[in-house]
Design a protein around this ligand. Structure first.
Ligand SMILES: Nc1ncnc2c1ncn2[C@@H]1O[C@H](COP(=O)(O)OP(=O)(O)OP(=O)(O)O)[C@@H](O)[C@H]1O
Ligand SMILES: [Mg+2]
Length: 210
């Protein structure tokens, strides 16, 4: 389980996260919605180890990952992430991007690429992909990574409705089937109908939906 306790983070005088606590358990999906600028990406970055909190702790399977005296970097956490802006490694082909994170035990990479309609693009460089294609590759890479937890920041934004529902199916089936613990950030509440719990991030605090 990822446990976030009392996390606070300010940028200058602006308090983005005030006192945020949540748990992400293996096999469960935690959804977060909230207005633009409410701190969703900031929270993801703290959990992933890309940002440091001013206060509070993050533990992963009982091991401290962020505490005041210590911050373990992203690669030392059992976490993969799909970022709001697809961040494919530019010097690697699509296939190399996937191979870098994938182990055979994780499942069928080829089948997954086929199911999202991308198998003919594996030899391309990221600069040769459309925005939607790059987004799909970044989702596939996040799913294939041999990690227990997956953090996703607006993974389906700017995809057409057909692709969106297809990708959504794939994400649900894969993460539930592999018992991944998922943090799913979105503006689109409909994407969280399958989530085990949905929080609203507002004024630096997480509240369960009323
Ligand atoms: N590095 C930074 N320096 C200063 N302010 C920042 C920095 N990163 C984010 N912020 C500010 O912190 C606030 C929260 O940003 P964040 O990206 O977490 O919001 P968000 O909820 O993900 O928004 P969106 O839905 O638009 O993606 C915003 O007001 C933003 O301008
Ligand atoms: Mg964001």
């Amino acid at each position: 389980m990822i446990k976030v306790e009392g996390v606070a983070k300010s940028y200058g005088s602006i308090k983005v996260l005030d006192n945020v606590s949540l748990e992400i358990k293996a096999g469960k999906t935690v959804g977060i919605v909230g207005p633009s600028g409410s701190g969703k990406t900031t929270l993801l970055r703290v959990i992933a180890g890309l940002d440091t909190a001013d206060r509070g702790i993050v533990t992963i399977d009982g091991i401290p990952a962020s505490i005041p005296e210590l911050v373990i970097g992203p690669s030392g956490r059992n976490i993969s992430a799909v970022f709001q802006v697809p961040a494919l490694w530019p010097h690697m082909t699509v296939q190399e991007n996937l191979d870098y994170v994938h182990t055979r035990e994780r499942g069928n990479a080829k089948g997954l690429m086929e199911s999202v309609g991308l198998s003919m693009l594996v030899d391309r460089n990221p600069s040769e992909l459309s925005g939607g294609e790059a987004r799909r590759v970044s989702i596939v890479r996040g799913l294939l990574a041999d990690r227990k937890y997956l953090l996703m920041d607006e993974p389906l934004v700017n995809l057409n409705p057909q692709l969106k529902s297809m990708l959504h199916e794939v994400i649900m089936e894969w993460t539930v089937g592999k018992r991944m613990g998922v943090l799913y950030i979105t503006h689109d509440r409909k994407e969280l109908d399958y989530a085990d719990i949905v929080y609203v991030l507002s004024h630096g605090l997480l509240e369960t939906e009323s």
